[in-house]
Design a protein around this ligand. Structure first.
Ligand code: HEM
Length: 399
């Protein structure tokens, strides 16, 4: 029997692989489910009070549309940062100043200029695998592909990718049990990330390059140049957002397709369906399962009170599979006519990197299915999905 307490604790691998029934259980439990203090068996929010979890489609969208009440400020989540991450932990109205600077560099036209080199990179990673008959997809493709794209854009050395991935994992998947341990561990890893970024900033202060850090050093927000700390705080967020999310999405998608040969065949037979398939798999798998906010005042969701200062986990995956909001929510339908999923979040903090992410996912799926159209999971394997950001470290494929 699926147990709701696994929503944030030590979850059963089966629930992590197929979280949709758990999301349904959450929605049935109420609009805002108070899990109580962690030391009384509730879920750990890092604040001691435990989490309030919101999972209904309308309720999730309500939270994201009201950043004045549900702030994404620095108290919402401890991930080793010493100042608010920019722009994620900056509330309106200041938030828009940073988005005005950042939006153009991630705009579709800008992203399109990266497609050829991204495709060459995907080919270079996949072609050598063709004759091998199998691979560990996570370490062979899902990790190196987006990591290389992103380190090049940011201006960090690709030769140190392994080190950076380990640092990112130290923040997103720290090997700890309690919230105190997590705060201490991520603070240490955070220092190393700041040091790596500072090293890159110092080098670009000497000589500018064709990369985001150089661009930020010359950028202005409201007539003011960004400070060294601003560039660090943007870089820190990019480091986490850019290195993990596309990896997790690729894992989720290939794991899904390997287990659903009829869907995989549709992609192989008609690659023009890939963009729609990506949107539907983003909805169904929702690789970023949930995001957090902290209440700035006493409030309520459909009659459920939430006190000021509570950490609210907003379950995007649940909103995306809510039977009340989606026709045939539990059917994975690549031909879905309308697909306004919120796998990239919603409201002012909606993902800055969504166009880049979509291009990377499309290119990777096109190249993979062109080169390796027939593949499946080895017999008997149990896929181990990580929690929160759903990567699959042991995703082995055979062909
Ligand atoms: C499929 C891949 C991706 C997924 C599923 C994803 C998901 C998300 C989600 C759910 C949020 C909202 C966070 C919140 O409101 O608390 C977000 C924000 C953000 N994402 Fe992504 N992301 C992806 C790829 C990327 C990439 C490649 C970048 C590269 C820079 C990126 C940069 C950001 C940034 C900077 C924000 C914060 C925006 C703001 O606060 O205004 N993301 N992303």
């Amino acid at each position: 029997m699926t147990d709701l307490s696994t929503m944030g604790g030590d979850a059963d691998p089966k629930d992590l692989a197929n979280p949709q029934p758990l999301y349904r259980l959450l929605r049935e439990a109420g609009p805002a489910v108070d899990m109580g203090p962690a030391d009384e068996g509730g879920l750990d929010s890092g604040s001691g009070d435990g989490l309030v979890i919101v999972g209904g489609n309308d309720d999730v969208r309500h939270v994201l549309a009201h950043p004045d009440v549900f702030s994404s400020g620095i108290d919402a989540v401890a991930i080793g940062q010493v100042r608010p991450l920019i722009p994620l932990q900056i509330d309106p109205p200041q938030h828009k100043h940073y988005r005005r600077l950042l939006d153009p560099i991630f705009a579709p036209r800008q992203v399109a200029t990266l497609e050829d080199q991204t495709r060459a990179l995907a080919r270079g990673l996949i072609e050598p695998l063709v004759d091998q008959g199998g691979c560990q997809f996570h370490s062979s493709v899902a990790e190196p592909f987006p990591t290389t794209v992103f380190l090049q854009l940011l201006g960090l050395p690709v030769s140190r990718a392994r080190e950076f991935i380990d640092l990112k994992d130290g923040i997103i998947r720290p090997p700890v049990k309690t919230s105190e341990e997590r705060v201490a561990y991520t603070a240490e890893v955070g220092k190393e990330i700041y040091a790596v970024l500072q090293e890159a900033i110092d080098a670009r202060m000497e000589e500018r390059g064709e990369d985001f850090i150089s661009l930020f050093l010359d950028a202005e927000v409201d007539g003011h140049r960004l400070t060294n700390d601003d560039v660090l705080d943007i870089g820190y967020l990019f480091f986490l957002a850019g290195l993990d999310t596309v990896t997790a999405s690729l894992d989720c998608m290939l794991a899904y397709l390997a287990q659903h040969p009829e869907q995989r065949r549709r992609i192989v037979e008609d690659s023009t369906i890939i963009p729609q398939a990506i949107e539907e798999m983003l909805r169904w798998e929702t690789p970023v399962q949930g995001i957090v906010r902290v209440t700035t005042q006493d409030t309520e969701i459909r009659g459920c009170p939430i006190a000021e200062g509570r950490v609210v986990a907003v379950m995007l995956g649940s909103a995306n599979t809510d039977d009340d909001a989606w026709p045939d929510a539990h059917d994975v339908d690549f031909d879905r006519a309308e697909n306004r999923h919120i796998a990239f979040g919603g409201g002012v903090h909606r993902c800055l990197g969504s166009h880049l992410a979509r291009m990377e996912l499309r290119v990777a799926l096109e190249e993979w299915h062109r080169l390796i159209p027939e593949y499946s999971l080895p017999d008997g394997i149990e896929l181990l999905y990580s929690q929160g950001l759903r990567s699959v470290d042991n995703l082995e494929l055979v062909w």
